[in-house]
Design a protein. Structure first.
Length: 570
């Protein structure tokens, strides 16, 4: 409950203290005593114009003046690294002021909130006031009466059959549940957990399962994994692409939704993602007595799914074609992907790590990517790379070349920092901004940098990952801390149905919004962006699904990043 009171109070302060422009931007949540710390001031500022109260032994200094490559704006980067004593400080720069906090475990509260947000996004159960506070609500979408769509019909489950598929998380601002995105979300958090088990084992976020013997993060992931198991056809092992209404619901509470719910077409990508994350979960959960039965079930499900994919290697989800052939037509999120090489790679890797069967190593080697890319729901190859590089594997996996690829990728990020506008290893090209960029660029790159640090011990990779978190938490062109309920200026109107419909002024705390998106795919006469510049193309309006929606894959990536940082930076 304390987490909610603090987050709600922070959100109210945010509403009252939003400034017209980001004059001084910095991490609004917290900085570590013995890690790099920076602030960025609009315009050019001299060292003599910079001061801190209470005064410290070493005066902060101007590091450099940067210039935006697309706007031409000049900004001054202020080095605060010399401030090592925990406390709250006021930074004064050329007449502008900003507060910042230095603390041990500076990101623990925001890590806990971003993880607790998954509890608030649970489907099919009521949320009790003891755990949800003011966000308590009755059960919505029990999903005990779900129809098999004609596109998903099988001999064992003909069209119109009724199945039960409860639990899981609402995917984003909408009320549907998608296997592809769920698998990625669970996978990236399991990766971070496995690298930092002591930290996450100690992180309690007050959910109904908190009193058992297992880490809260694993309890929360299990709530979604148990739903995923219901999405597998027991007659053939294939996995339905999603559980959905034909059309998106309006901005109403779950109890007011009236459309029927369907499971739709099985797809190769969804089935392989399912196989991968079930194998990964089976390997990790079998060490926890609370979930030994589930671990066995997950291992069996993973093998069955992989077998279906071998028999159906190119059955991709194409919604428009499906809706033309089968009724009712479906218009909700597609998570379409016409290439399954990365899914084969991830699934074969995880099944090898689970079983030790060399045939999976051989399949994985056949699908090894030519170059490293940061993970997203649509490109999961790096989730396999992460596990290959941190577990014993045979030579068929070519681990040395994979590590070289990861480090080369991370070094290319580091090379952009000296000329960056906000002292970050990301956000220095227009390509870094777009749909979900705060997670899919800043967050995912940050996780990659942390793996580079774990593999080499080089401080520059840890520093760069922390810099990306600083950007998300306030050191950016808009001055927003992009996680709801945190900082002096955070989103109050995310594209999120419950937060819009529940009658509570502040949205759920701990949700990461998508962020600046120069594509502005939602722009209309009623929706106005303050700027079209890549890093300023953001608006805190409910209607802005292109810049202000929330999603489980984005939150999962930021949980993975922030938790790992908090485990490493003290």
């Amino acid at each position: 409950m304390r987490l909610y009171k603090v987050a709600l109070a922070s959100a109210v302060v945010s509403l009252l203290s939003v400034a017209a422009g980001a004059q001084v931007s910095l991490n609004q949540v917290g900085m570590y005593p013995h890690q790099e710390k920076s602030a960025v001031v609009e315009g050019t500022v001299k060292s003599s114009q910079v001061s801190i109260t209470p005064k410290t032994a070493v005066r902060p200094k101007v590091l450099r003046v940067s210039q935006s490559p697309w706007s031409g704006k000049k900004r001054t980067v202020i080095d605060l690294t010399s401030v090592t004593q925990p406390g709250t400080y006021t930074l004064r720069c050329g007449g502008q002021t900003a507060q910042f906090t230095v603390a041990d475990h500076a990101l623990r509260s925001v890590t806990a909130a971003t993880l607790k947000a998954f509890y608030l996004m649970r489907s099919g159960v009521s949320l009790d006031q003891r755990y949800a506070g003011v966000y308590a609500r009755p059960v919505g979408h029990p999903d005990t009466l779900v129809y098999v769509h004609p596109s998903a019909a099988s001999l064992g489950r003909p069209a119109g059959s009724v199945i039960s598929s409860p639990y899981g998380w609402y995917d984003a601002g909408d009320y549907n549940k998608y296997i592809v995105n769920s698998a990625y979300s669970v996978g990236i958090m399991l990766c971070s957990y496995e690298q930092n088990p002591a930290y996450f084992d100690a992180l309690r976020v007050d959910i109904p399962e908190s009193n058992n013997r297992t880490a809260d993060v694993l309890d929360e992931l299990y709530f979604n994994l148990r739903w995923m198991l219901t999405m597998q056809d027991p007659y053939d092992g294939g996995v339905y692409h999603k559980l959905t209404t034909p059309n998106f619901e309006g901005f109403v509470m779950p109890t007011a939704c009236r459309q029927p719910r369907y499971v739709v077409q099985k797809s190769t990508t969804a089935t392989l993602d399912f196989a991968a994350v079930m194998a990964q979960a089976a390997r990790i959960y079998r060490a926890h007595a609370d979930y030994s039965d589930f671990a066995c079930q997950a291992a069996h499900a993973a093998m069955a799914a992989y077998g279906w994919a071998e028999r159906n290697p190119r059955l991709f989800y194409q919604q428009e074609r499906m809706s033309a052939e089968h009724k009712p037509a479906v218009t909700t999120g597609t998570y379409g992907d016409m290439f399954a090489g990365d899914e084969w790679y991830w699934a074969a890797t995880e099944l090898f790590l689970l079983t030790g069967d060399e045939r999976f190593a051989q399949v994985a080697a056949q699908h090894q990517p030519a170059r490293f890319t940061a993970p997203t729901w649509g490109n999961v190859a790096s989730l396999a790379v992460y596990d290959i590089l941190t577990h014993p594997v045979p030579s068929a996996f070519q681990a040395p070349s994979l590590q070289t690829g990861l480090l080369s990728y991370c070094d290319s990020l580091l090379a952009t920092t000296p000329s960056s506008s906000f002292q970050t290893a990301c956000g220095n090209s227009p390509r870094d901004f777009g749909w979900g960029c705060l997670a899919e660029a800043f967050g995912a790159n940050g996780v990659s940098l942390l793996y580079a640090h774990r593999l080499t011990g080089r401080q520059q990779y840890l520093t760069a990952a922390l810099q990306n978190a600083d950007y998300v938490l306030g050191r950016n062109a808009t001055g927003y801390c992009y996680v709801t309920g945190f900082g002096q200026k955070s989103p109050m109107h995310p594209h999120h149905r419950i937060s819009n419909a529940d009658g509570i002024e502040a949205p759920f705390p701990g949700m990461l919004v998508g962020g600046p998106n120069p594509g502005q795919q939602d722009k209309s006469e009623q929706l106005h962006y303050p700027s079209s510049l890549p890093d300023e193309s953001y608006t805190d309006e409910t209607a802005s699904y292109a810049s202000n929606e929330i999603a489980i894959n984005w939150n999962a990536t930021i949980v993975a990043l922030l938790g790992w940082l908090d485990a490493s930076c003290n």
